[in-house]
Design a protein around this ligand. Structure first.
Ligand code: ADP
Ligand code: MG
Length: 344
């Protein structure tokens, strides 16, 4: 493998309101004698009270990034091979088992895509809801009943007292996801990682859940990492965006800036799949064609070049580093999309 320079955030640029810093994270999986680099030199910050969206097609390394932060990567076959994760200045990769247990479900809550698989089918809602609080020493099951009711009320579940007795299968998908969010909130997390929290739900319920999450983070001044393949969701709920492709961040910046002036052809492609959007300057929108990359067999140069309507010779030769467009807007692309028309 070529040793290439990776974007690292200089120590001098740590802002005082940084809650989470991920620096040059690399997570690999070994399979059949091959190594797949699922997350390849990813760096970003999450500030206090803000929502960062991680966007990209399936297989781009979004979930592996999230699971790395909580050290939930199954090993083997996976391993974090490089980088640094700092939560409120504490080195997550150096934490012992007890510290990491306190972090999970304590300071950081994770909400997954499919609530049915992350809930225990044989335990009542009340029991599951009180579990994280018991684990984190917030009281015993009996004294926690009022708190459980309050949590269900917060996530706007009607008739919370009687819902405590319900089993997961007695609830709708939307209600189960609300219970999952309530479980996540139980220990007053400072960071919520929501990994495609609404993908399995219908559109109306999706919007309700996202509104709820946004409202709860605002009220508690918590931060959120919102993982989604839907850039449309991002526009409404995130302050900043990481666009990922083949395990790397290919564009990074404020949501406002990226929607106004997207600079990576992949981002343009993702935007083209949103129904309503202002056209960026300098070109029409072309949806992404072709297959997502095979991580075990990435092409030379920019991993996106085989699907890129703007690709030029340099893109087939050299991997573009993450470079500054302006302020905190960054892109990994050799082409200036504001100047060129697609080569199609
Ligand atoms: P997504 O962006 O859809 O969340 P993931 O982060 O889940 O993508 O996965 C990125 C890539 O990492 C996958 O395409 C796969 O190659 C690899 N990967 C993830 N989990 C595992 C695993 N448990 N074992 C082997 N490879 C994995
Ligand atoms: Mg995923």
């Amino acid at each position: 493998m070529l040793a290439e320079p990776l974007a690292q955030i200089p120590e001098s640029e740590v802002r005082p309101d940084t809650l989470l810093r991920v620096n040059n994270l690399r997570t690999c999986f070994r399979q059949d004698g091959k190594t797949v680099t699922a997350v390849d030199g990813v760096s970003f910050d999450v500030r206090k009270g803000e929502t960062l969206a991680i966007v990209g097609e399936s297989g781009s390394g979004k979930s592996v990034t999230a699971m790395s932060i909580l050290r939930l990567i199954p090993s083997p076959p996976g391993e974090i091979t490089d980088g640094e994760i700092l939560f409120d200045g504490r080195d997550v990769l150096a934490m012992n088992d007890e510290e990491i247990r306190q972090l999970r479900g304590g300071d950081i809550a994770m909400i997954f895509q499919e609530p049915m698989t992350s809930m225990n089918p044989v335990l009542t809602v009340g029991r599951q809801l009180s579990e994280p609080m018991v684990t984190h020493g917030k009281g015993d099951r009996k004294s926690l009943k009022a708190r459980c009711v309050e949590l269900l009320r917060q996530v706007r579940i009607p008739d919370p007292e009687s819902r405590l007795q319900a089993y997961p299968h007695q609830l709708s998908g939307g209600m189960r996801q609300r219970v999952m969010i309530a479980m996540g909130l139980a220990c007053d997390p400072r960071l919520i990682i929501a990994d495609e929290p609404t993908t399995a739900l219908d559109v109306t319920v999706q919007a309700q859940i996202l509104e709820l999450l946004k409202d709860l983070t605002r009220r508690n001044n918590a931060s959120m990492i919102l993982i989604t393949h839907d850039l449309g969701v991002v526009a409404r709920y995130a302050e900043r965006i990481n666009v990922m492709y083949a395990g790397r961040v290919v564009e990074q910046g404020t949501a406002r800036e990226i929607f106004k002036s997207p600079r990576h052809p992949y981002t343009l492609g993702l935007m083209a799949s949103i129904p309503r959007l202002d056209q960026p300057k300098g070109g029409r929108l072309i949806p992404i064609t072709g297959q997502p990359p095979d991580l075990a067999n990435l092409p030379k140069g920019c991993p996106f070049h085989p699907r890129c309507p703007y690709a030029k010779d340099q893109c087939r030769q050299d991997r573009p580093p993450l470079t500054q467009v302006s302020g905190d807007h960054w892109k990994a692309c050799w082409v200036d999309v504001t100047e060129v028309q697609p080569h199609v």
